[in-house]
Design a protein around this ligand. Structure first.
Ligand SMILES: [Zn+2]
Length: 459
């Protein structure tokens, strides 16, 4: 009897042992499945690994916004949603304000507005009447009532830290890294990516970074109609307000593609145009366009300018490769540049949003105050489907410490005296390696960004 019991015990133990590893695997998969359907931003911030982080989930409040047709289709060029009378009214007001220059024509796009027709550039008036950045890096608008684009920091030896194309679903390790290194950055978010990853988006504000608009669907803005330009910016502003609780007052054109018509519509929506003075071209990682060595070389070129430039630098959270590349370069950047700062500190913009959240100015930030006052906790950031998005035109923004009225000089947090163009540097964005002139690179970028969204679909 005993023998029999022992045998069966041993047999069970043996069976258990033989299956232990697969049992463990099944168990951990079950755990991962549970982990990878987070119900809030705090849960989502604890998930690691691309597959787990990028597993799709739904937020009830955001789903309600989508089913109520408060937002355009994800990944499509935005237009005003049928029946959206609020958006219609804002659009009407911008049109009747007279800010949109009628002389600037829509540029001819290619590849579904993911490129510019080369003849559109070759046949364009060489005097650049539209201040078309893609044509010659123009940042000083020629139309009235549009502020200068911002592309550099006023303080010496300062690197303006910006990342485009987020939120990337698998950015937790990277955002942890920024926290550990006491770095804060300005993130340019794509509306569609916020729809797909609202909890990842919420981490940006809880971590003390600041956020600007990077359009709804990431197309060449000068190739879109007035209403499409409006909708691309308006709905990205609206989703940032609903998901993050703040009203963004800055934006960056995808590919840098902006002219006075597009700038004017952005200004009507209260968004200051931000470009860059230096481009790492990091998005070419993995696209076949450039090797890792080449991109490291481009980083090094910018790092070597620390004694004579204070560029706002274009980098991306488009993939884990670009995020890792920044991590590997950050020690060199911090060694060469005296300051590595987000745009809020770079420009003394203490009030990037009209809401009650105040960011440290340059002096406070570089003295060690990294986080804004009234920064929401990650556990408290919730999607508010009924949030009111009320953009105010740049010309009507009077709050001190805003993008239209930044504090002046190092350490001054008051808004007296700083003109809107004082922080735009020389305006000569002469990075010859930038991709915007390389028409061939455009489709590679389109592929990279499409692959990034496909990864979301398939994972
Ligand atoms: Zn982009």
């Amino acid at each position: 009897m005993l023998h029999k019991w022992l045998l069966s015990s041993l047999a069970l133990a043996a069976i258990a042992s033989a299956h232990e590893s697969s049992f463990e695997v099944r168990r951990s998969h079950a755990l991962l499945r549970r982990q990878s359907t987070p119900s809030n931003a705090a849960d989502a911030a604890k998930i690691y690994g691309i597959e787990q982080e990028c597993t799709q989930y739904g937020d009830d409040n955001l789903t309600k916004m989508i089913t109520d047709k408060q937002l355009p289709e994800a990944s499509q060029i935005a237009t005003i949603v049928d029946g959206d009378s609020e958006a219609q009214q804002v659009w009407k007001d911008i049109q009747s304000s007279g800010i949109i220059p009628s002389s600037v024509k829509v540029k001819t796009g290619t590849s579904g507005n993911m490129g510019i027709d080369p003849t559109a550039q070759s046949s364009y008036d060489k005097s650049d009447p539209d201040c078309w950045w893609t044509f010659n890096r123009c940042t000083e608008p020629k139309s009235d009532n549009i502020p200068t684009d911002i592309s550099s920091c006023p303080e010496p030896s300062t690197w303006g830290l910006t990342f485009d194309d987020g939120p990337n679903c698998s950015h937790n390790e990277f955002y942890d890294y920024l926290q550990q290194q006491k770095l804060r950055a300005t993130m340019f978010y794509i509306g569609t990516n916020i729809v797909n990853h609202p909890y990842q988006a919420q981490r940006v504000i809880a971590d003390g970074h600041d956020v600007c608009v990077h359009t709804w669907s990431h197309h060449y803005m000068t190739t879109l109609s007035n209403e499409q330009v409006f909708a691309e910016l308006y709905y990205t502003g609206k989703i940032i307000k609903a998901v993050l609780g703040v009203t963004p007052r800055c934006w960056r054109p995808p590919f840098g593609d902006v002219d006075d018509r597009v700038r004017a519509i952005a200004a009507g929506l209260g968004m200051r145009t931000i470009l860059w003075q230096q481009d790492t071209n990091d998005w070419e990682l993995g696209s076949g366009q450039a090797t890792k060595d080449q991109i490291e070389g481009w980083y090094t070129n910018i790092i070597n300018k620390a004694s004579n430039e204070s560029p706002i630098v274009l980098t991306h959270e488009i993939s884990n490769a670009t995020m890792s590349m920044f991590e590997s370069q950050a020690p060199n950047i911090q060694k060469a540049y005296k300051n590595v700062v987000p745009l809020t500190a770079c420009l003394n913009v203490t009030n990037p949003y009209p809401e009650d959240i105040t960011y440290p100015d340059f002096k406070a930030f570089t003295s060690g105050t990294l986080d804004p006052k009234n920064k929401p906790d990650i556990a408290s950031v919730k999607v508010d489907a009924s949030a009111t998005y009320s953009p105010v035109a740049l010309s009507k923004q009077t709050q001190s410490g805003s993008y239209m009225s930044p504090g002046s000089g190092s350490g001054s947090s008051d808004s007296s005296g700083s003109s809107s163009s004082s922080s735009s540097g020389s305006g000569s964005n002469s990075n010859s390696s930038s991709s915007a002139f390389k028409i061939g690179a455009i489709s590679a970028y389109a592929t990279a960004i499409t692959l990034a969204s496909m990864a979301v679909v398939f994972l």
